[in-house]
Design a protein around this ligand. Structure first.
Ligand code: TXA
Ligand code: MG
Length: 526
């Protein structure tokens, strides 16, 4: 069979792809998560040929893709209210919901289960193909069974050339890992496969959500998983994969002692060292850059394959990295090296967000020592001779009787971003060294640091938590605490990064209005 490559931006090509699907053929289509291998979901024979093309086990059911919420009533026995609410919040997008199937859905799609998984993708080309075909489309990821999922046309070609009718080109997948699969048949929605829509995001809409235990620990030998896909070795290159888990500064140390005859996937900030050590090293993006990890993970697994052992600097497990970690664990068959012994939680956020309160609460509940980065910085300014000298050399006008005049220094750097950066580049290494010492002496810590990422102290952490609240709340907190004018407090707030800065980088975000909701997090950490 010759596999046509069609252009998702070209109307004629789109019509051609739709005709192929309507005739019972197979078309790889782009979605925002990964490329899918689509066929008419209501055509048994077409669905069977998906399993053949992928070499997929017959007992692993498919996801059905729709372009309008109305199609749900065709596929499900009924449409529960909770599912409707999730669809309003996250569709079109990377969320798949499992619910009792209607008689219209062939058993071939569900592998004999009485439920069917449905999602509405957000990629324009996918939505348009479903619409033009006039039928819901069953589509697993468009890779050979067991291989990493495809996020580019070249990946699909690698696995599927000659096995399917056509591939629709829609560029690189923007999310990069498959959708979150959530079982809606029980009282509480239960995540069977983590994806870009996190447990926290679902809980925010419905009040509660849980993750199936098999997601993090794998399926036991005598267990029937809630989702058949859980039991297969997945996303796996042909070479053995090992994960190095823990704080990034620790995992890189362990990696650089490992066998250099391997290839490695490491965070951008360590790429140079890794390249000097290993036969081949590829960047995973900066260690804090969750979106980049998600986007790169499958392409990297493909790129590193075939060159011996693959060592991976694993992102942290909790919060928004759950999806990436889950794919990596399965690619590695749960083979892991633990590189950090203790728990180190970095807490950060804007002024007045209440991060101090959250830090102290976490330190108390988890019996971890409390490190106040701001207080340590101020102490070092008066007590550490080397740091003092470095600062005074750079800011000679801020000296008063041999000491640093903190007010004068503040006046200089608060109005000049470049000078602020210079001061931080001089002082951050000292504060970071103190944090490192403190963590060692206390076997872990909660680190309260307004500049957690800027100081790179986040790289010592096994979890990063961002605290936020409404702007009005932070303003009144600053006013009550620091006794400054409203104008000055607003000025201070406007000089800080927006909440989105922390949302992008932190593993977990906690809203701290009246009383922060910490019990779910604490339960996970104990
Ligand atoms: O992002 C995605 O979901 C991609 C794109 C193409 O939409 N699709 C995808 O499909 O990842 P696939 O077949 O590779 O993964 C489907 C997963 C499997 O783990 C399967 O076991 C689970 O969904 N699944 C499907 N139907 C189910 C059902 N009725 N109950 C429980 N799990 C189900
Ligand atoms: Mg798949």
């Amino acid at each position: 069979m010759k596999t046509l490559i069609l252009d998702g931006k070209n109307e004629k090509d789109m019509a051609r792809a739709a005709l192929i699907v309507m005739g019972g053929g197979l078309c790889a289509m782009p979605t925002e998560t990964v490329y899918g291998l689509a066929a008419d979901a209501l055509d048994k024979e077409a669905v069977k040929s998906i399993f053949d093309a992928k070499g997929r086990p017959q007992d692993n059911p498919l996801i059905v893709h729709i372009c309008s919420v109305r199609q749900l009533s065709l596929l499900w026995e009924s449409v529960p209210e909770k599912a409707l609410r999730l669809s309003k919040a996250f569709w079109p997008g990377p969320l798949t919901m499992v619910y009792k199937k209607s008689a219209a859905v062939p058993d071939e799609v569900t592998a004999g289960l009485d439920t069917v998984a449905v999602r509405m993708p957000s990629h324009k080309v996918a939505l348009e193909l479903i619409r033009l075909s006039g039928t819901p489309l069953a589509a697993p990821s468009a890779n050979l069974s067991g291989k990493p999922s495809p996020t580019r046309v070249s990946h699909v070609k690698e696995d599927m050339d000659g096995r399917i009718d056509c591939i629709l080109d829609g560029g690189e997948s923007s999310v990069g890992v498959e959708s979150t699969v959530v079982d809606m048949t029980g009282e509480t929605p239960r995540i069977l496969r983590p994806g870009a829509i996190s447990e926290e995001m679902i809980a925010e809409v419905l009040g509660a959500a849980e993750t199936d235990p098999a997601v993090t620990r794998g399926v036991k030998d005598d267990e029937t998983p809630r989702s058949p896909g859980m039991k297969y070795r997945h996303y796996a290159p042909s070479c053995p994969v090992t994960l190095f888990c823990g704080a990034p500064d620790d995992t890189v140390k362990a990696l650089l002692k490992a066998d250099e005859n391997a290839s490695a996937l490491v965070f951008e900030e360590y790429l140079k060292e890794a390249k000097a050590h290993f036969k081949k090293a590829v960047s995973f993006g900066e260690s804090w850059d969750h979106a980049e990890h998600t986007k790169r993970v499958f392409a990297a697994l493909r790129e590193l394959d075939g060159k011996g052992d693959i060592f991976i600097q694993a992102p942290r497990e909790l919060g928004c990295e759950a999806a990436v970690t889950n794919r990596l664990k399965r690619a590695a068959g749960f083979s892991e090296v633990r590189c950090t012994e203790h728990t180190v939680i970095g807490v950060t956020g804007r002024s007045g967000s209440g991060k101090g309160y959250v830090s102290l609460k976490l330190s108390e509940e988890l019996s971890l020592a409390y490190f106040d980065a701001d207080a340590v910085y101020k102490k070092l300014l008066t007590e550490n001779g080397d740091m003092k000298k470095a600062v005074l050399d750079a800011f000679p006008d801020c000296e008063s009787e041999g000491e640093i005049d903190r007010k004068a220094l503040g006046a200089v750097v608060y109005n000049d971003l470049e000078k602020k950066r210079l001061l931080e580049s001089l002082t951050h290494p000292y504060v970071k060294r103190e944090a490192e010492k403190f963590i060692k002496e206390n076997n872990g810590a909660v680190i309260d640091a307004p500049l957690l990422f800027e100081s790179t102290i986040d790289r010592l952490c096994t979890l990063t938590v961002g605290v936020y609240c409404e702007d009005g709340t932070s303003l009144s907190r600053i006013l009550a605490r620091d006794g400054i004018t409203g104008e000055l407090a607003s000025l201070r707030l406007s000089a800080q990064p927006p909440v989105s800065f922390y949302r992008e980088r932190c593993d977990i975000m906690i809203k701290n209005e009246k009383e922060p909701e910490l019990s779910a997090l604490i339960k996970k950490l104990i």
